[in-house]
Write a protein that binds this ligand. Structure first.
Ligand code: CA
Length: 512
């Protein structure tokens, strides 16, 4: 990993008489610091940085100057995906390197031994891993910690269920946990409400833990977290260790609550949309606070910064205006099989990465596990555990991955909110073609993403040969990962694998 190698000046000087560093020195490795800035529910269009073919009205709406800065100084992925359309499975995939279909962490977690899946007529969810990531799982933080990193979690965790060890990031390889636990949303974003539910007589399960220092103060949750993150960076520098900062703001997840410091910038919008935009700007300011500290401490050029989201933007409820269009030109949003549910921003800046680059290579959040390990000079463990994802180093170096890559999604659950594609499903992308298999309907949709990013033209009935080929690939992938299909609620048996279904059979419509 030449990109991460730093030969020390002193060592070079000492070796000059022998011909210099380039020839003889076993260059001492300086492990880079790593900042993973994982925003919650941030949609592909929730930035002033354009990611679509043309700038959109959303790019004009939002203010994210720090993401724009990161893009100017690094590499923008325009076709990055979350491993799942909801929180926990993507977070688990990032931190274990295991895709949801394989890990059986296929849905979001909350309480120990409790299934959060909503009921869907005719189906039942399989016996998935309702407790999420646990200490016996090998995590990114644990591997970096063992490699000498100071490992810091700040913000939303949502790795493992409340009442289990995995709800505390410190059991998953983090030295420090600021504000993370098993719940996937804050009761309140306001310090004046102690980030707690009491002000609305809500369920205290959503109370953000451990931020008593900020209780009663006029501060927005992610503003407090940004200050805490900067302090943790300083503490890590004082310790002399390289650091892994996993900064996961609670924004822009519900509850959608305006930040009074920014909401006036959006007075022309529907009040709910103005509130949402103020949360986007708050998230960006938190990123900016970290970037500024890296500058101030002179470590920006030895720190890898990854900016991304855990699933597509919320559009089915709680937003202003018409639902399901907040990620346009993508279709639908969080929870959905369509691109709005899984396509997310991804920007990477760091040592050896050329500035102001863009790539349309399809990548997925599971790739971050091998990529961040490689950045730290580590290999994926040879421990007999099957993992997914690819080291993105070839792309970071300006090249590309091998062609023919297969991306798989698998969510045998109903998210509850109603909307396009928010149904139990499996899907596969090969090249520019995407096949969706609806579990309840035993029905396919086929889209050409190169010409139809909005998934409006379904080729499934006109291109049966391609459906069969992609269904075969999807089924082979799912079987090889040991994926659990949805269950037929009547028989209790798994529904058919996608290659066992006639692509021309009648659409089985379930009205619900
Ligand atoms: Ca999320």
């Amino acid at each position: 990993m030449e990109r991460w190698t730093r030969a020390s000046t002193a060592a070079c000087a000492a070796l000059a008489s022998l011909g210099g560093c380039a020839t003889f020195a076993p260059a001492p490795k300086r492990a880079p610091n790593i900042v993973l800035f994982l925003v919650d529910d941030l949609g592909w269009q929730d930035l002033s940085l354009p990611l679509a073919a043309q700038p959109t009205e959303f790019n004009a709406r939002y203010r994210t100057p720090n993401v724009e800065r990161l893009a100017r100084e690094g590499l923008v992925f325009t076709q990055a995906y979350a491993a799942a359309p909801v929180c926990t499975p993507t977070r688990a995939a990032i931190h274990t390197g295991i895709a949801p279909a394989r890990s059986h962490i296929t849905y979001w977690t909350l309480r120990k031994d409790s299934d959060t899946s909503a009921p869907w007529p005719g189906l039942a969810p399989p016996a998935w891993d309702v407790n999420g990531v646990q200490p016996e799982d090998t995590t990114l933080a644990e591997l970096l910690q063992a490699h000498g990193y100071r490992t810091i979690h700040v913000g939303k965790a949502h790795f493992g269920a409340l009442g289990t060890p995995g709800s505390d990031p410190r059991t998953l390889g983090f030295d420090v946990n600021v504000g993370g636990h098993g719940a996937g949303a804050p009761a309140s974003f306001y310090g004046t409400e102690n980030f707690a539910a009491a002000a609305r007589n809500g369920d205290p399960v959503w109370n953000v833990p451990g931020l008593e220092r900020w209780h009663g103060q006029d501060i927005y949750l992610d503003e407090a977290l940004a200050i805490e993150a900067v302090e943790q960076v300083d503490a890590a520098l004082a310790s002399g260790q390289p650091f892994f900062l996993n900064f996961a703001p609670y924004s822009v997840h519900t509850p959608i609550q305006p930040n009074p410091r920014y909401v006036a910038n959006y007075a022309h919008l529907d009040p709910r949309e103005a509130a949402y935009a103020s949360m986007v700007e708050t998230m960006d300011a938190a990123l900016g606070a970290v970037l500024e500290e890296l500058d101030r401490r002179g470590i920006a050029d030895e720190t890898l910064v990854v900016f991304t989201s855990d699933n597509g933007g919320l559009s089915a409820h709680s937003r202003g205006g018409e639902p399901h269009v907040h990620n346009a030109p993508l279709r639908s949003g969080k929870g959905s099989a369509y691109e709005g549910g899984t396509r997310v921003p991804l920007v990477v800046r760091g040592p050896g990465i050329a500035a102001a680059q863009r790539t349309s290579e399809p990548v997925i959040s599971t790739d971050l596990f091998p990529t961040l390990l490689a950045a730290a000079g580590l290999e994926v463990p040879h421990d007999g555990v099957a993992r997914d994802g690819l080291d993105l180093a070839p792309i970071l170096d300006g090249g590309s991955l091998e062609s023919g890559r297969v991306l798989v999604w698998h969510q045998p659950h109903f998210w509850g909110a109603r909307g396009p594609g928010i149904w139990p499903y499996s899907a596969v992308r090969v090249g520019d073609w995407k096949l969706i298999y609806w579990h309840a309907q035993h029905y396919f949709e086929l889209y050409d993403l190169a010409h139809d990013v909005g998934e409006s033209l379904n080729f499934a009935t006109s291109d049966g040969a391609r459906v069969r080929e992609l269904a075969r690939i999807l089924a082979e992938q799912l079987r090889s990962m040991g994926a659990q299909m949805s269950l037929d609620a009547t028989t209790g048996e798994p529904i058919p694998w996608p290659d066992a279904v006639d692509p021309h059979q009648a659409f089985r419509f379930f009205d619900f």
